[in-house]
Ligand binder design. Structure first.
Ligand code: CMC
Length: 431
């Protein structure tokens, strides 16, 4: 059967351009505009609102129905039944691991959890009050200066080795950033612990006491990692792909992804959402903030609300809300005032005409801040944890892109609206 086609007809021109229409497994068809440029026009889509930037087999979102699938598996099922390392394997390889594959994968990760000792000297160069995201961008980018033996991106084994190293070292580096900021000694990784337990241990263990992370908090942390592992072509993943399309090494690309994630419209929203709930401070003040969020002249937005793709409840937010509940119970904070404000705020917003009409629902960041805070994690580390978890998604996309033989450098075009061609004016003749 011939490809279905769309036709692009420019007013005033006799010619029309035939464009192939492609269908994926799920989701809307796409009009392939790749050849439009050869006809002397470009397509214009700031913010990529209507543009699919690549073909991918990793993650699918149906924003209207509130569906999120990793390699076809619903996020709710994975969050309940899998663990983060299984999800990493799934994202990287396309299938869930069997027992032997899972054991081998876990061994590969634990074999790389330590970082080069020189890294701690490098980290020591930062100010102790630096934002941990600033430090993470630096130290993750710097991994390319430490692991030269896996940087040939044309070799599949090197690509996979970089993936193992990144997934394994992110918790170690994230915990080091935290320990550095509070002036405590770094804690070495423990390979007999699970991924999430090891992370919490490196965050909170101190040499003067014997302690082990609470299993409820470990499970919650693991679920937070799974919920944040991938989200198809979001701003940071697209950044990783764009940086990677130039042939840059994976550590540099992930560092670019961390930079893109930092902004409050993206990964920084979890920190901003908690700050907002603290600022509201009392359920009686919710109305005032809802009013501000609706005021076009006020730049204030309800943080943790709204999404470019979800026009329904973010499925991650539902799991996050339940996890938040479990964590608050476990730490004896079921009366947590911020959680009460969040629940009430959500209820009011979901019934408010403005939010209903614009289809603004809570996103994953709405409840993740309260949960992380109850686990004992300071708000400046929230986005670092998002970056740690998203590393598996970023590196899976990077591998998918580099393995694609049709891959080319990403090079968007523009609609130029600057000055027309003009002659140089010597300085003494300028106004
Ligand atoms: N509070 C109040 N109004 C909002 C909000 C909000 N949180 N989000 C969107 N709107 C309004 C916005 O003012 C606009 O109104 P109008 O059509 O009258 O101009 C309309 O809804 C559409 O918003 P938009 O900014 O055009 O939508 P977008 O797709 O460009 O932005 C967003 C999506 C997530 C950046 C935005 O909803 C937002 O700023 N939310 C708060 C920040 C946040 O929670 N971000 C985390 C996203 S989820 C985690 C992740 O994937 O990184």
């Amino acid at each position: 059967m011939a490809d279905p086609k769309a036709q692009l007809k420019l007013m005033g021109s006799k010619q029309s351009i035939e464009l192939p229409v492609r269908s994926g497994t799920l989701g809307p068809d796409v009009i392939d505009v790749n050849q439009v440029g050869k006809n002397g026009v470009f397509t214009f889509d700031p913010g990529f609102v209507s543009t699919a930037s690549c073909e991918s087999k990793i993650t699918f979102i149906d924003g209207g129905k509130g569906v999120l699938l990793y390699r076809g598996y619903p996020i709710e099922q994975l969050a309940e039944k899998a663990d983060y390392l299984e999800v990493c394997y799934l994202l990287l390889n396309g299938e869930l691991p069997n027992k032997t594959q899972k054991q081998a994968f876990t061994n590969n990760i634990t074999m790389h959890t330590m970082v080069h000792e020189q890294m701690s000297h490098f980290l020591n160069g930062f100010r102790r009050d630096a934002h941990p995201m600033a430090v993470m961008m630096g130290v993750v980018g710097a991994l390319s200066a430490f692991y030269h033996d896996s940087l040939d991106i044309s070799i599949p084994e090197h690509r996979m080795m970089s993936a193992y190293r990144l997934i394994a070292k992110m918790p170690t580096l994230a915990a080091m950033c935290y320990k550095y900021s509070v002036g405590q000694p770094f804690v070495f990784p423990r390979n007999e612990m699970s991924y999430a337990e090891n992370f919490l241990n490196m965050m909170f263990q101190i040499p003067s006491e014997d302690s082990k992370p609470d299993p409820v908090l470990v499970r919650a942390m693991d679920r937070i990692f799974m919920l944040h592992a991938d989200h198809e072509q979001n701003a940071s993943t697209s950044t990783v792909r764009l940086a990677g399309s130039t042939g840059a090494n994976p550590f540099a690309c992930i560092s670019a992804g961390i930079a893109a994630l930092w902004g409050p419209a993206h990964g920084g929203a979890n920190e901003a959402a908690l700050n907002m709930l603290e600022e509201i401070g009392d359920v009686d003040r919710i109305g005032e903030y809802i009013k501000r969020a609706k005021d076009r002249d006020d730049p204030f937005r309800l943080m943790g609300f709204g999404h470019r793709v979800y026009k329904n409840y973010d499925p991650r937010a539902k799991v996050m809300r339940d996890t938040c509940h479990e964590v608050l119970e476990a730490v004896g904070a079921h009366d947590n005032p911020l959680f009460k404000i969040a629940l009430k705020l959500e209820k009011i917003a979901l019934e408010d005409e403005y939010f209903v009409e614009k289809k603004l629902y809570p996103n994953v960041d709405f409840y993740s801040g309260i949960t992380l805070s109850a686990i004992g994690i300071p708000s400046t580390m929230f986005t670092v944890i998002f970056a740690l978890a998203r590393t598996s998604g970023w590196i899976s996309h990077w591998i998918e892109m580099i393995s694609d033989e049709a891959q080319r450098i990403g090079r968007p075009r523009q609609l130029y609206t600057g000055a027309d061609t003009r002659d140089f004016v010597p300085i003494d003749k300028r106004k």
